[in-house]
Ligand binder design. Sequence first.
Ligand code: BTN
Length: 320
Amino acid sequence: MYLDLILEQLSDGAFHSGQVLAQRLGVTRTAVWKHVSALADLGVPLERVRGRGYRIPGGIDLLDEGSIRKDLDGRTGDLLGELQIHRQIDSTNAALARAPAPAGGARVCVAEYQSAGRGRRGRHWVSPFGSNVYLSVAWQFRGGADVLQGLPLAVGVALCEALDAAGAGGLSLKWPNDVLRGRAKLAGILVEMSGDASGPCRVIVGTGINVAMPAVAGRVIGQAWADLSDLAIGRNSLVASLLNRLLPLLADYENSGFAPWRERWQARDAFAGQGVRIDGGGRVLAGIAAGVDERGALLLRTETGEVAVHAGEVSLRGMP
Ligand code: BTN
């Protein structure tokens, strides 16, 4: 609680003395110092100047429920059951997986910081404080997982469309659903499903978007990455814009399936017509990428004919 209060005070970018903070919060200066140190440990860029106090240079645009809700479309507002905003959490996907399945509408969780952000294939998602978007949406489908084929790809298209609307250019999709800006990864999507193939099924759609990745955090990412730091994009309006696309997509998907998304996915295919390798966990396939089928499987033209690939990691042939 005190951590939140101190953060809110410091978010304006001005200096605040330890003494004034202590008085406002009704705690000792030592307690203020401890909380400020805890914020610095999370990666909050804090400055301490003797005689002036603490500040966050440039301030910080904290995630805020009111600011997000005011930019939601009418339909999205109706589809949104619960919006959780956390200053720190292990993983927004994990938080929603622990919660009961949403009874009606979507349960949404966003965070400033993830200590254990989850990526695809068991990887870690680098999630420094207050710089990026970490967003998960839980949705309950009546039909089973069978009708959800292609959903992760449709989410990739929805993300690109929201990011385009925010002014980000040069976006493409790497199968199944990495969002690239130029040739580097801007956003990742992790869709987790629980339930059975024919009965009710819960889906958690998690997305991480690099908005202004601090250089020090970016150094530990094991691949080329991009962010949106060249644009003046507020995270609250970006979250609202994402929800304006993701919630209707989830609400309609059971009826629409992948069909309305396939052409839009292919229009953004980063590797269409190029020689690729697909590492399917021990089995490597090589061929020419030829779009996706009606279920979202990657079509690969190989020497022995066309193959539909349902899982694996794609890379350009001749590249790592
Ligand atoms: C990928 O590996 O490309 C998928 C990355 C997904 C990261 C997001 S951040 C919000 C949500 N919570 C998580 O723990 N992971 C997803």
